[in-house]
Write a protein that binds this ligand. Structure first.
Ligand code: NYM
Length: 212
């Protein structure tokens, strides 16, 4: 590849770990240093599929557990051409949740293996960096009450947190654990350093495929 590509940077973690705040701060900081960057989030609730997912999360619509898992994945695949295009144009992407949320949340439900949960996302653009914002359920609880959406209970989040641990052991991923109990500024500084390193490191590398 003769021209530079952008890096795919994903922020993951349980609810209330501060992902959205950190995504926004990271985008601002990278822009300030003159790097082309855009933010995305999954689920993207603006598409037709995303609207179905949103209605499900808001408990206005019921979906069978396998079906909704596949919809979350389909929501990523429908944006795959855009993601690829942006990266190839040299734009780095900061993404609030990705396939790891899909796997961690669905496999926290009874009867779902990690393997089954991973399958629909195999082949998506592989993140060059995953920043996992680690927060204990106790500290998360101090950050206020959960909202009213599906999955927003302490018990379920505890299981989700356990499921996320699987990715730490995957040597094919650039999975960085960030202590999200630190101050917003300290977390930001750490995230920015990792991101700048990833952007530099992958600029002449081809985009890899997730879990392939
Ligand atoms: N979620 C998110 C999933 O269950 N599967 C997925 O693939 C993704 C991307 O949706 N509780 C869950 C995690 C969250 C919720 O919340 C989305 P938010 O506040 O939009 O990040």
């Amino acid at each position: 590849m003769s021209h530079r590509r952008g890096a795919l940077i994903v922020l993951e973690g349980v609810d209330r770990a501060g992902k959205t705040t950190q995504c926004k701060k990271l985008v601002q900081a990278l822009r300030k240093s003159g790097r082309p960057v855009e933010m995305l989030r999954f689920p993207d609730r603006t598409t037709k599929i995303g609207q179905l997912i949103s209605a499900y999360l808001e408990k206005n619509y019921n979906l069978e557990d396998h079906a909704v898992h596949l919809l979350f994945s389909a929501n990523r695949w429908e944006l795959e051409p855009l993601l690829r295009q942006k990266l190839e144009q040299g734009v780095s992407l900061v993404v609030d949740r990705y396939a790891f949320s899909g796997v961690a949340f669905t496999s926290a439900k009874p009867g779902f293996s990690l393997e089954w949960c991973m399958n629909p996302d195999v082949g998506l653009p592989k993140p060059d960096l995953v920043l996992y914002l680690q927060l204990s359920p106790e500290v998360a609880a101090q950050r206020g009450e959960f909202g009213a959406e599906r999955y927003e209970t302490s018990d379920f989040q505890r299981t989700v947190l356990q499921r996320y641990q699987h990715f730490k052991k995957d040597p094919s991923l650039n999975w960085q654990v960030i202590d999200a109990a630190k101050s917003i500024e300290d977390v930001h500084t750490e995230i920015k350093t990792h991101s700048e390193m990833a952007i530099e490191a992958v600029q002449y590398q081809p985009i890899a495929e997730l879990w392939k």
